[in-house]
Design a binder for this molecule. Structure first.
Ligand code: ZN
Length: 453
């Protein structure tokens, strides 16, 4: 499909057909394109304005917040700026599970929101509702992010869908037709056998995408496969990875193989895209027009220059307000201005979920990134996963390569002992393949035992 036709004809017609408004989207996009360059003061004032509206609406129309604020003797007038948010408690996934019906705004009809759910990293389902009335704004936020990677509506995208749930959702005539209209091809990244990877590479050669988008590990595996088979593709202008931590060695390989920039995006299903790398590749910018983003320690105090829990307020979801929502991801705040000149605040990138860290008997907390970076460099290991189970024991699943020897075992044990203590209970198990997690991810480090900070 010609990109110009996809952008200016197919997309507006599709939105009209779906009872949405492309012109509202373009207006929002234009406004967001401008606001990213405006000063911090402007963005702060906008955030505070939206926050006041959200809190006042939640107090009036959302039973959970009404009762909570009454109990805490907080009036909407007491929450007028970002710092005041600290007067309200954190919203956890468990609270949402217990109060799902009381979190829906009473003045919102059932046709103004839609139900969705996430399995999260643990596979424990969380149901929630998303506001339909802000569809155009949300889409504009996402598209502004992608424009940093030189995407525009109609640009050819090869999308690696990692979750079986998503793939099922996308396997409908409506979605397939929509994808043809706007130049998107969906690839099932949940199933990446050698035969299918060959099939995907043929598809890619025919389709000639400009953007590759999808689960970080899936795109990395795909690039590895192409490289192993001495196939080379020219043409992608950017790779955008999502949903999984992108490790530096993966980024380097993907960049070199496709000869283009790699951008990491960050979002969660409960809220949509939240942050994205800009062309300066120095952390991720948060969409400050839509979110209040806090980084807190285990006592809920703000932390700077070190990892903490991401606590996010979606200023646009009025159907089911998520105020100070802790989604269990960990990151750190990045201070100072970005060299790109955008005034949107920055985070360093997602360091993983709380369940991506290992805890040693010696009290040390070890980032899954460090463990993954190390293990990925050990000769003789094809694939691996480190699991800390509920008893604190650590099991390392290894798919051995042909040159695997007992020396590799000893090397792994030495490395783990250095970080987690000599008495770390470690088991190395050789397996033929690493199973997917329930959410379709290929996580390399999983802590099933407890939250770690
Ligand atoms: Zn920047």
């Amino acid at each position: 499909m010609n990109e110009f036709i996809a952008r200016y004809l197919n997309y507006p017609l599709w939105e009209l057909f779906s009872s949405r408004h492309a012109f509202v989207f373009y207006r929002q996009l234009k406004s967001l394109e401008a606001s990213q360059w405006k000063g911090r003061k402007y963005l702060q004032a906008l955030k505070n304005y939206k926050l006041r509206h959200l809190v006042s609406h939640a107090y009036k129309n959302v039973p959970y917040y009404h009762h909570l604020m009454k109990r805490l003797k907080i009036k909407p007038d007491n929450v007028v700026k970002e710092e005041d948010l600290q007067k309200l408690p954190i919203l956890t996934k468990d609270i949402i599970r217990k109060n799902i019906n009381n979190l829906v705004a009473r003045n919102y009809g059932s046709n103004s929101y839609y139900a969705s759910h996430t399995g999260g990293s643990t596979g424990k389902v969380l149901n929630f509702y998303r506001d339909k009335t802000t569809h155009e704004f949300n889409l504009a936020v996402n598209r502004r992010f992608w424009r940093w990677a030189r995407y525009d509506i109609g640009t050819k995208v090869f999308y690696f869908v990692g979750s079986p749930y998503d793939m099922k959702q996308y396997d409908t005539f409506r979605v397939k037709f929509h994808n043809i209209l706007i130049n998107q091809v969906n690839i099932n990244a949940f199933n990446m056998s050698d035969d299918l990877l060959d099939e995907y590479s043929l598809k890619m050669a025919r389709f000639k995408p400009k953007i590759l988008h999808g689960y970080a590990n899936a795109i990395y595996l795909f690039a590895k496969h192409l490289d192993n088979h001495k196939m080379k593709f020219e043409g992608p202008t950017a790779v955008i990875t999502t949903s999984e931590k992108l490790y530096p060695y993966q980024r380097k390989f993907i960049e070199n193989f496709f000869g283009c920039d790699v951008f990491e995006e960050y979002g969660c299903r409960e809220m949509d895209l939240i942050a994205h790398e800009c062309p300066a590749h120095d952390g991720m910018h948060v969409a400050s027009e839509k979110y209040v983003f806090e980084v807190l320690d285990s006592k809920n105090h703000p932390v700077v220059h070190k990892n903490g829990y991401a606590v996010i307020t979606d200023l646009n979801n009025c159907a089911m307000p998520l105020i100070r929502y802790m989604n269990e991801d960990m990151t750190s705040r990045k201070e100072g201005e970005c060299s790109c000149g955008r005034q949107l605040e920055r985070i360093s990138g997602i360091e993983g979920r709380t369940t991506d860290f290992l805890s040693g008997q010696n009290g040390r907390i070890v980032s899954g990134v460090a463990v993954t970076t190390y293990l990925s460099k050990v000769e003789g290991i094809q694939e691996f996963r480190v699991v800390q189970n509920i008893f604190g024991k650590i099991e390392i699943l290894v798919v051995p390569a042909a040159n695997y020897t007992d020396k590799v075992d000893a090397e792994i044990r030495k490395f783990m002992a250095r970080y987690l203590g000599d008495n770390a209970q470690l088991k190395i198990k050789k397996v033929k393949q690493i199973p997917f997690t329930k959410s379709g991810k290929r996580r390399t480090v999983i802590n099933e035992s407890r939250h770690i900070i």
